[in-house]
Design a protein around this ligand. Structure first.
Ligand code: NAD
Ligand code: TYD
Length: 377
C-alpha cells in the first residue's frame, strides 16, 4: 500500500503517527487530512512538513464530496482514521459537535472510501480502513479498594500484577460496549459504523481501542499537559472530585508503533485493545507530575503541592479504565517500549524544554501557522 490517508494528523496522536510513517516509509505517500479545529496544530509536524512523501490538506471529514475527491485524486489504498473531537469535558458542553465529526464524519469517510474502492478493477484487494478508537467505549470498571492501592511511585507499574491491585476486571476485545459520556457514545457509534461497513459491504476494516495516551504535543486541556503548564505558571491544579478515578496510561509513541504494526500485520475485521498495563489513581499521578516538574525546575520537594485544588467532579465521571492488551502482545508481539517512570520523565522534560509550544497555544498564536505555511485559509 503506497498512498495512505491519515486523518487528524495535526492532532496529538495523529502527529506522532504521521511522523512515524513519513520517516519510516519513504516510499509511501502520506496524505494528512485535518480540519485544523482548535486541537489541530501544524507546528506539531514542523520537522517533517517539507518531506517529499508528505502532503497536508485542510479539509473536514464530514465533507463527503471533498473526501471522495481526495481519496480518488491521491489513489488512496489505506486509511488510518484518527480525526475526532476528543475531549470528554467539551463533549459534555457540546455533544452535537461530537456526533457530527465522530459519527457523521466517520460515515462520510467510510462511504467515500467504499465508493472509490468498489469501482476499482481489483475492488477491496490490498485496501484497509483502520479506525482508531478508545477504551472509553467499554464504559467504566469498578475500583475494588481505592484506599488499598499503593500510592507511591513504584516500579510495579506497567505490569499485569499492578493492574490486579485496582480490580479484577479489565476491558477485553469482547467486552460489551457501554459508553457513558457524549464523547464515548460518539466513538462507540463510529466503531459500529466501521464494523457495519465490513459486515455489509465487505470493506476491509480494523478497529483498535486504546487507553489514555500521554507524551509530547498533547493539547493542554488534557490532564497531564494542563497540569505541567499550570505548575510552570504557578496556577491551581483542578482535581476533579477526590482524585480517585483511575486511568490506564500509555506513551503516545508506543501507541503509534502499535498502529504501524496493526496497519501492516493486523487481521482484517478484527479488533485489538492497546494499553500498557499502567493504571494510576489521578491523585497519585498528579503527585508524580508535581514531583517531577519540581525536581526538573530545581524547586524544593513539596514546593508545588499547595497548587492542588479539589473541584466539583466531572458529570458522569467514569471511575476506572483498564485495558487488557494481551491479545495484541500474543498475536502480533507488541509491547510498550517505555516504563512509566521513563515515559513521564521524558514527557515532563519535553514540555519544560519547549514552553513556547504550549505558550503559542494558550496565546492563540498557533492558529496563524497554517496561513504562514499555506496562505489564507
Ligand atoms: P486531538 O484532539 O489531539 O486531535 C484530533 C485532530 O482531529 C485535530 O488535529 C483536529 O483538528 C482534527 N479534527 C477534528 N475534527 C475534524 C474534522 N471534522 N475533520 C478533519 N479533522 C478534524 O485528538 P487525539 O488525542 O490525538 O486523538 C486522536 C484519535 O485517537 C481520536 O479518534 C481519539 O478518539 C483517539 N484516542 C485518543 C486517546 C487519547 O488518550 N488522546 C486514546 C485513545 C483513542
Ligand atoms: P483527561 O486527560 O481529560 O482524559 P479522559 O477524560 O479521556 O480520561 O482526564 C484524565 C483524568 O483526569 C480524568 O479522570 C479526569 C481527570 N481530570 C482532572 O481531575 N482535572 C482536570 O483538569 C482534567 C482535564 C482531568
Amino acid at each position: 500500500m503506497k498512498n495512505i490517508l491519515i486523518t487528524g494528523g495535526a492532532g496529538f496522536i495523529g502527529s506522532h503517527v504521521v511522523r512515524l510513517f513519513v520517516n519510516k516509509y519513504p516510499d509511501y505517500n502520506i496524505v494528512n487530512v485535518d480540519k485544523l479545529t482548535y486541537a489541530g496544530n501544524l507546528e506539531n509536524l514542523r520537522d517533517i512538513e517539507n518531506k517529499p512523501n508528505y502532503t497536508f490538506i485542510k479539509a473536514d471529514i464530514c465533507d463527503y464530496d471533498e473526501m471522495r475527491r481526495i481519496i480518488e485524486e491521491h489513489q488512496i489504498s489505506g486509511i488510518i482514521h484518527l480525526a475526532a473531537e476528543s475531549h470528554v469535558d467539551r463533549s459534555i458542553l457540546d455533544p452535537f459537535t461530537f456526533a457530527r465529526t465522530n459519527v457523521m464524519g466517520t460515515l462520510a469517510l467510510l462511504q467515500a472510501a467504499k465508493v472509490y474502492w468498489e469501482a476499482l478493477p481489483e475492488g477491496y484487494d490490498g485496501k484497509l480502513f483502520y479506525h482508531i478508537s478508545t477504551d472509553e467505549v467499554y464504559g467504566a470498571l469498578e475500583l475494588t479498594d481505592p484506599d488499598g492501592i499503593e500510592s507511591p511511585f513504584t516500579t510495579t507499574a506497567s505490569s499485569y500484577d499492578h493492574h490486579l491491585a485496582f480490580g479484577s476486571e479489565f476491558f477485553l476485545e469482547s467486552t460489551k460496549y457501554n459508553p457513558h459520556s457524549p464523547y464515548s457514545a460518539s466513538k462507540a457509534s463510529s466503531d459500529h459504523f466501521v464494523r457495519a461497513y465490513h459486515d455489509t459491504y465487505g470493506m476491509p476494516t480494523i478497529v483498535t481501542n486504546c487507553s489514555n495516551n500521554y507524551g509530547p504535543y498533547q493539547f493542554p486541556e488534557k490532564l497531564i499537559p494542563l497540569f505541567i503548564n499550570n505548575i510552570r505558571n504557578r496556577k491551581p491544579l483542578p482535581v476533579y472530585g477526590k482524585g480517585e478515578n483511575v486511568r490506564d496510561w500509555l506513551f503516545v509513541e508506543d501507541h503509534a508503533r502499535a498502529i504501524d504494526l496493526i496497519f501492516h500485520h493486523g487481521k482484517v475485521a478484527d479488533t485489538y485493545n492497546i494499553g500498557g498495563f499502567n493504571e494510576w489513581k489521578n491523585i497519585d499521578l498528579i503527585r508524580v507530575i508535581i514531583r517531577t516538574v519540581d525536581r526538573l525546575l530545581g524547586n524544593p520537594e513539596g514546593y508545588s503541592d499547595g497548587l492542588i485544588t479539589f473541584v466539583t467532579d466531572r458529570k458522569g465521571h467514569d471511575m476506572r479504565y483498564a485495558i487488557d492488551s494481551r491479545k495484541l502482545q500474543r498475536e502480533l508481539g507488541w509491547e510498550p517500549s517505555l516504563q512509566f517512570e521513563e515515559g513521564i520523565e521524558k514527557t515532563v522534560r519535553w514540555y519544560l524544554d519547549n514552553p513556547e509550544w504550549t505558550d503559542r497555544i494558550t496565546s492563540g498564536d498557533y492558529l496563524t501557522y497554517y496561513e504562514n505555511m499555506y496562505g489564507s485559509r
